[in-house]
Design a binder for this molecule. Structure first.
Ligand SMILES: O=P(O)(O)OC[C@H]1O[C@H](O)[C@H](O)[C@@H](O)[C@@H]1O
Length: 545
């Protein structure tokens, strides 16, 4: 294929041009950029698929963008995009295709993996999910005692939890209020105990979600759930079939656990965990919002996939966002990016993005196996506005770190109340303006501020942000937003020459934990760790009741 990594990134002409560009405009103030060009906002905005991306409050000019697009060309981005969509095994360290885009492909699409079109399989699972959800939502699916299901508990972690939780919260407005949804992820027993404390086992359905069906946390919680259920229903293990379903790629392990494979919804190894919320891992989402809304969500994803694949880079939302990130990380030395949704329903969106972005590109080895000589994924974090304004925004405005921000705002609330929405939107718009323009010493002095306070009240400004403005939050819009960040992450990974789809970095801790478990459970097993680790194990043994 044509996608083998290019020459060392920092030796390319495109990179050198960007270095020169940074020397030219890296210190130029956004106030000056705006003052010089009345059409700046228009020039640096893209409107597509119902989203306005205003990226004019970034420290760029037309030349910068041209050079960033040239960097994308140098990286063979177009070929990489085609390789992903065509099912080439671009996850080379695991020898897998990367086809979350096939999960939302229309029925008549053809996506080949190892000589087989996977789209019919995708739609067969969607149909099976639909049928099951209709049964549960209508009350036709009965539990062991003949009662309908009123509670759904998703047990999963990482990609088998963060996507479902985020989507449930984001689309709560569209969800059935007849059903209660809970999400258990942590191996800390408190998570399970609190999630089930007020639930009746006779009315509770567990969705055990795990790509591998081997994950310690999920298997431990699933076993506890089975005990809890059987204890509550008189111990007859035939109850499991009516109260447990599984979502996994691993039918054998599901069977070993005791879940009937008829009650299993499959997906495939070409779906990464953090890219799986629109696979059968979305079963709890479909149960909450219904099959129709779930299909709208998928359609939104697909529209963004199409946009990403077919739109010239200059108008391509994920490409622009990714290149701006590269610009700040590699030339301005930005370490973090804040994602700040001004919508309470998106409160788990930043947490979801943390796995998507950092598990994908938090790496320091290139596809060729070399240590990178440049920074890779920034740290993503955030909270919904306006809450964050009253805590950490101080640092974004006046701290010593440059933190590019993504503001996400909706013109129309799903819960219109008095003047709330005007206040919310005034705030998000004001934050972008304040960060960009700041407040000069002269402006502070002109307000009659005491001289000794002036330095404290100055805002340097020149702090970059994107603002994404949308009509209202719908399932389709959520799909578009998520796909936009998925592809943004993909483009970053292509530029940095990474395998964005493996996660070897999570293995070591898991292996060591397996070794430490028996050491904690034995009073006197000999310890051969470093002295700190030994001390912690001994202290735990002493304190443990
Ligand atoms: O879905 P599972 O196989 O249970 O995996 C759950 C999660 O655990 C792993 O440690 C990975 O880091 C994640 O990418 C994955 O989403």
């Amino acid at each position: 294929m044509t996608t083998s990594p290019a020459t060392k990134l920092t030796s390319t002409a495109a990179w050198k041009d960007l270095t020169t560009q940074f020397e030219l405009i890296g210190k130029k103030h956004l106030r000056d950029f705006f003052a010089e060009d009345a059409s700046r906002a228009e020039k640096f905005s893209v409107e597509a698929l119902g989203l306005l991306l205003d990226y004019s409050k970034n420290r760029i000019d037309s030349e910068t963008m041209e050079r960033l697009f040239a960097l994308a060309e140098t990286a063979n981005l177009k070929q990489h995009i085609e390789a992903m969509f065509n099912g080439e095994k671009i996850n080379t360290t695991e020898d897998r295709a990367v086809l979350h885009t096939a999960l939302r492909a229309p029925q008549d699409a053809v996506v080949m993996v190892d000589g087989e079109n996977v789209v019919p399989d995708v739609h067969a699972v969607l149909d099976k999910m639909t049928e099951f959800c209709n049964q549960v939502r209508s009350g036709a699916w009965k539990g062991q005692t003949g009662k309908s299901i009123r509670n759904v508990v998703n047990i999963g972690i990482g990609g088998s939890d963060l996507g479902p939780v985020m989507a449930y919260e984001a689309l709560k407005h569209y969800s059935s209020r007849e059903l209660t949804f809970r999400y258990v992820s942590n191996v800390d027993g408190t998570d399970f105990a609190e999630a089930t404390i007020d639930l009746d086992p006779a009315e509770t359905l567990f969705v055990v979600s795990s790509k591998t069906f081997t994950t310690l946390e999920t298997m431990t919680n699933a076993r506890t759930a089975r005990q809890w259920l059987l204890a509550g229903l008189g111990g007859d293990s035939s109850a499991v079939a009516k109260h447990f379903v599984a979502v996994s790629t691993n039918a054998e392990k599901v069977k070993d656990f005791g879940i009937d494979t008829n009650n299993m919804f499959i997906f495939w190894d070409w779906v990464g965990g953090r890219y799986s919320m629109d696979s059968a891992i979305g079963l709890s989402t479909m149960l909450a919002i219904g099959p129709g809304h779930f299909r709208d969500l998928l359609a939104g994803f697909h529209e963004m996939d199409h946009h990403f694949r077919t739109t010239p880079f200059e108008q391509n939302l994920p490409v622009i966002m990714a290149l701006l990130t590269v610009w700040y990380v590699n030339f301005f030395d930005a370490k973090t990016i804040a994602v700040l949704p001004y919508d309470q329903y998106l409160k788990r969106f930043p947490a979801y993005l943390q796995q998507l972005t950092m598990e994908s590109n938090g790496k320091s080895t290139t596809l060729a196996g070399d240590r990178v000589s440049y920074d890779t994924s920034p740290i993503y974090w955030g909270e919904p506005g306006t809450n964050g304004q009253h805590s950490f925004y101080q640092l974004i405005h006046q701290g010593t770190h440059l933190i590019p921000c993504d503001f996400i705002a909706f013109a129309n609330s799903l819960n219109p109340l008095g003047e709330h929405q005007d206040y919310l939107l005034a705030n998000v718009i004001a934050q972008g303006e304040a960060l960009a323009m700041g407040k000069t010493k002269e402006e502070v002095e002109a307000e009659g501020t005491n001289a000794d306070l002036v330095p404290h009240r100055v805002f340097e400004g020149n702090r970059p942000s994107n603002t994404i403005m949308i009509d209202r939050l719908t399932p389709s819009i959520l799909g578009k937003l998520i796909a936009m960040y998925e592809h943004n992450v993909f483009v970053q990974g292509v530029i940095w020459q990474l395998d964005s789809f493996d996660q070897w970095g999570v293995e070591l801790g898991k292996v060591l934990a397996q070794k430490i478990i028996p050491e904690l459970q034995s009073a006197d097993a000999e310890l051969a760790h470093d002295s700190s680790t030994n001390q912690l194990i001994k202290t735990y043994r002493k304190l443990k009741a």
